[in-house]
Design a protein around this ligand. Structure first.
Ligand code: ADP
Length: 312
């Protein structure tokens, strides 16, 4: 699949501070890519470079296979964390104005606004000024201004902040729909639950460098502690006997007629051998690998080592 965004070995310094130290990443079409990192990691710097707001020192940035230039912004829809539309301008006029800046005709903009208004359940507000709208409604208008011109690359910085759970879900559904249509999405957020829910791939930036990247499930497997949960009916004694040297039981929990065991592999047997040795001794009802959450992984990667030791 084609790379919509490709960044290679990117460097950026602010007077005495090096904010990006050789960052590389690529986002293919129809992918949601999580840009993660603690405060001060360099995410905003990277996003500002992609949006041509600030210049970079060294490296390559390509949008849809073309080096970044003043026309790249037509391919990009950017929802900044600090929202800012004109409060005293009529909603529709403002959206048309912003769409025209991105190269859309007035006719196409009007049509797209109508579609988005009905999709996001906005009615009878088009002739109002933005300041007359509720905060949630203003957030919706800002989202529409980002997507109106059908950008190939959407850059969303904390897109769910300011939305109540109902509207956050509405926006999530729209993001998923845009992804299905082939839009690439760079999502910068501290909300790890939404990363788990939405992202295909992530890059975690720390002190201006990518310290972890890959597909979400691959990253999770990498940080998995070889822990499995087995729900079975039978006795805990026959379960433990059947495991023998292959796995260690961490816990048993009994409920009604079933037992839930958490086991960790000792490395002397493979998972399929363990299952084979359990069959016939207990009745296995379910079996799954217990993977760490993205929140756990984030903390493990960026927390100072002393803090981790103190928490263990
Ligand atoms: P993030 O968005 O991940 O919080 P930023 O890209 O805003 O990180 O900042 C990365 C680093 O660069 C931080 O140490 C920040 O203090 C510094 N920085 C950001 N903008 C400027 C600036 N205009 N001048 C000097 N230093 C800056």
């Amino acid at each position: 699949m084609a790379d919509i965004l490709r960044i290679k070995d990117l460097y950026k310094s602010y007077s005495d501070h090096q904010a990006l130290k050789g960052v590389s990443l690529s986002v293919v079409s129809g992918q949601i890519f999580g840009l993660l990192g603690p405060n001060g990691a360099g995410k905003s710097t990277l996003i500002r470079i992609i949006n041509n707001i600030i210049a970079f020192d060294k490296g390559d940035v390509c949008i849809d296979s073309r080096p970044l230039d003043q026309f790249s912004s037509r391919e990009i829809g950017y929802l900044p964390e600090e929202r800012g539309l004109y409060k005293k301008m009529r909603v529709t006029e403002q959206l048309i104005y912003l769409a025209r800046l991105k190269g859309m005709s007035r006719f196409d903009a009007k049509k797209a606004i109508k579609d988005w208004f009905s999709r996001l359940d906005i009615a009878n507000w088009d002739k109002k000024n933005l300041e007359d709208l509720s905060k949630g409604m203003q957030q919706k208008i800002q989202f529409i201004s980002t997507v109106l011109h059908h950008p190939k690359l959407l850059i969303l910085d904390e897109p769910f902040s300011g939305f109540d759970p109902l509207n956050a879900q509405l926006i999530k559904d729209e993001i998923m729909r845009l992804k299905k249509e082939g839009t690439s999405i760079l999502l910068s957020t501290h909300n790890m639950a939404s990363v788990e829910e939405l992202c295909d791939k992530i890059s975690l930036i720390h002190h201006g460098e990518i310290v972890l990247d890959g597909r979400v499930e691959t990253v999770k497997k990498k940080f998995g502690a070889n822990k499995f949960e087995v729900v079975f009916s039978g006795t805990s004694q026959s379960f433990s006997n059947a495991l023998w040297i292959g796995a260690k039981v961490i816990s048993f929990k009994e409920k009604d007629d079933t037992i839930t065991a958490v086991v960790t592999l000792t490395g002397r047997m493979e998972i399929k051998e363990i299952i084979a040795s359990l069959i016939g001794k207990v009745e296995i009802l379910s079996f799954r690998e217990l993977l760490p959450s993205m929140q756990d992984i984030f903390l493990r990667v960026v927390a100072p080592k002393e803090e981790l030791i103190a928490n263990e």
